[in-house]
Design a protein around this ligand. Sequence first.
Ligand code: CP
Ligand code: NVA
Length: 316
Amino acid sequence: MTIRHFLQFSDFTADEHRWLFQRAAEIKRKFKNYEKYHPLADRTLAMIFEKASTRTRVSFEAGMYQLGGSVVHLTTGDSQLGRAEPIEDSAKVISRMVDLVMIRTFGQDKIERFAEHSRVPVINGLTNEFHPCQILADLFTFLEHRGLDAQGRIDPRALEGRVVAWVGDGNNMANTWLQAAELLGFTVHLSTPSGYEVNQDVAGLRSADSYKVFADPMEACQGADLVTTDVWTSMGFEAENEERRKAFANWCVDAEMMRVARPDALFMHCLPAHRGEEVQAEVIDGPQSVVWDEAENRMHVQKALMEYLLLGRVTD
Ligand code: CP
Ligand code: NVA
């Protein structure tokens, strides 16, 4: 059997993503009703963190236990990864002992090399280039709020034709939003400070058809169904903190930006957030913000993802 990995959003087809959204809704329903559901009994997930995390750690660990499995948690500091054991050797060893691996690391090349030498599926828990699990959760959250059919079920087609305004850094989150737009038929209005633009090749896009670039973040937000942002300085780029503070000063999502978006626009942020930097408190703590649903949904979509990678399309 061919092993499937989830190293970037475009590793799955549009149809597979639509399946995951619907499956996540069912898995979330079971969780909310305290229904025991242990399809991954006796399976083990290794979680490898080379960068800090709160949500990714808790959502994968709690999610795996809820599915009946168990987890092994490794960091650079407490494993041989931090003492320069080659990533290929680590992949060969770890993947002989567990059923699934989640990695948070720096360069995308590193997770790709790990996956190439792994006997089991590998999931990207964030790299410098991509954060696909977060975008799965964000899209699922959007659908829960704005994409239910008459029976109250998730309709993944409700993403089509929507406008997402990205205000901020052309980073891992922005790249992944763009991949999702290309695959699922919505448009991203992209506004980044000069020098922090998205690189279409790094983002792995086929064309520029699914996004529009705006110098002014206010213009990017006009008519948007969703306004979203992220920290000015991502993990691994801390040395640039001061120059980024200056460059990003006008890229703070505020009430004015939300006012020019659609009246029913949502606000999202993958968190952790810095109030008064990339977003004003009145927005992230305001009525249009769905950031806590977004964080919780990490767990539900990742449970659907782990089930899919190990068992395929389960329908019970
Ligand atoms: N959004 C997100 O990935 O959060 P953590 O860095 O806390 O895992
Ligand atoms: N872009 C941020 C996301 C954190 C979840 C980073 O990479 O640090």
